[in-house]
Design a protein around this ligand. Structure first.
Ligand SMILES: *Cc1c(COP(=O)(O)O)cnc(C)c1O
Length: 360
């Protein structure tokens, strides 16, 4: 049988475009190479003639795009002799940091907002053996504390202010352009700290400057209405949204994201929590794709902009689905309206349940 090249993660795959040496010990869990799935049903359901693709980043090893940046951040931390990493997190960064630290054999300290992190993410941080520090405050408080403590203790910050995170995350744009043969017309993302939108733009620009593609997308960033500093035009002190992964009022990549907006001629807009949850369900029920609430913000915002005509028909659009739906089972079950039929363990009753619930 012929050998198929084994995929061994994004650093190996894009070695010549990332800051590693020949002898760098690479800390990888096979991240990247996630599916780009064309939506078959939703364009018809919303009555729009558009090509929408979703980049399903929830299929990374720990269930979010954070792994793209974390593989490089931890690889470089280890190369530079670091024995411990630290991050503030709304959940996914801590899950990813914990896993890559376990892989590397170093310690991860994770600061998370008490009561505001999804169950799956907390389970990951705990199972991978990180030191979980729950603070009575939000992500922004945690981020401030992490910066202060890292200035005084021998720990490497692996939040997206770590430049290696952004370098690793730019590879998503490489994968998309390679698969489509060009950049899409529009690229829509949920925005929290705005590291990911910055990273994608970096990737598209790099491929354009190297002549690999000759177009660049319009970058569109969507935030949850209760946590929307980019739409307000200023920092927000008490952000709130069901999409906990983007519950951030003081984005760390503020200036960089405005540069992305200007250079790509894009914009920021917001979605209500209702729109976010409705879209999460739309995607789950009609395409078979389960993402977490924050991720659905990219598609929820796109649907608004398609309905208003701001994004015209006939375009090719990519939405990043940043994290997996299994991260937050509580929110999913709470909003689910799927019938749960309770019966006796009896053949006739099972048959009746099937006939009663058969769709046409
Ligand atoms: C981290 C995260 C985001 C936000 O990404 P930023 O780079 O902070 O803008 C969005 N969705 C999910 C699921 C995340 O984990």
């Amino acid at each position: 049988m012929p050998f198929r090249n084994r995929y061994t993660g994004l650093i190996e795959n894009y070695r010549d475009r990332l800051p590693v040496h020949d002898d760098t010990r690479i800390i990888s869990l096979g991240e990247g190479n996630t599916p780009l799935i064309r939506l078959n049903n939703i364009p018809r359901l919303i009555g729009k003639d558009v090509d929408i693709y979703v980049k399903y980043e929830g299929l990374n090893p720990t269930g979010s795009f954070k792994d793209r940046g974390m593989t490089l951040a931890v690889t470089k931390a280890v190369e530079e002799g670091s024995k411990a990493i630290i991050c503030a997190s709304t959940g996914n960064t801590s899950a990813s940091a914990a896993a890559y630290a376990a892989r590397a054999g170093i310690t991860a300290f994770v600061l998370i907002p008490e009561g505001k992190i999804a169950q799956g993410k907390l389970a990951q941080a705990m199972m991978h053996g990180s030191v979980v520090i729950q603070i009575q405050g939000n992500f922004d408080d945690g981020m401030r504390l992490v910066k202060e403590v890292a200035a005084q203790a021998p720990v490497t910050i692996v939040n997206s202010i770590n430049p290696y995170r952004i370098q690793g995350q730019k590879t998503a744009a490489f994968e998309i352009t390679e698969e489509l043969g060009a950049a899409p017309d529009y690229h829509c993302l949920p925005v929290g700290n705005a590291g990911n939108i910055t990273a994608h733009w970096m990737g598209y620009k790099e491929y354009a400057e190297n002549g690999i593609i000759n177009n660049r997308p319009v970058m569109v960033g969507y935030q949850a209405a209760g946590s929307a500093p980019f739409i307000k035009g200023e920092m927000v002190d008490n952000p709130d949204t069901v999409a906990t992964a983007i519950r951030i009022g003081h984005p760390q990549s503020w200036d960089k994201a405005w540069t992305v907006q200007k250079e790509s001629k894009g914009w920021f807009d917001k979605c209500s929590d209702d729109e976010i949850l409705t879209t999460q369900k739309l995607l789950t029920e009609n395409e078979g794709i389960f993402c977490e609430p924050a991720s659905a913000t990219s598609l929820a915002g796109l649907i608004n902009d398609l309905k208003s005509g701001k994004i015209p028909e006939g375009k090719k659009i990519v939405c990043t689905l940043t994290g997996h739906g299994l991260k937050d089972p509580e929110t999913a079950i709470k909003q689910s309206t799927a019938p749960v039929v309770k019966i006796k363990a009896d053949l006739a009753e099972v048959k009746k349940a099937i006939l009663d619930n058969m769709s046409e």
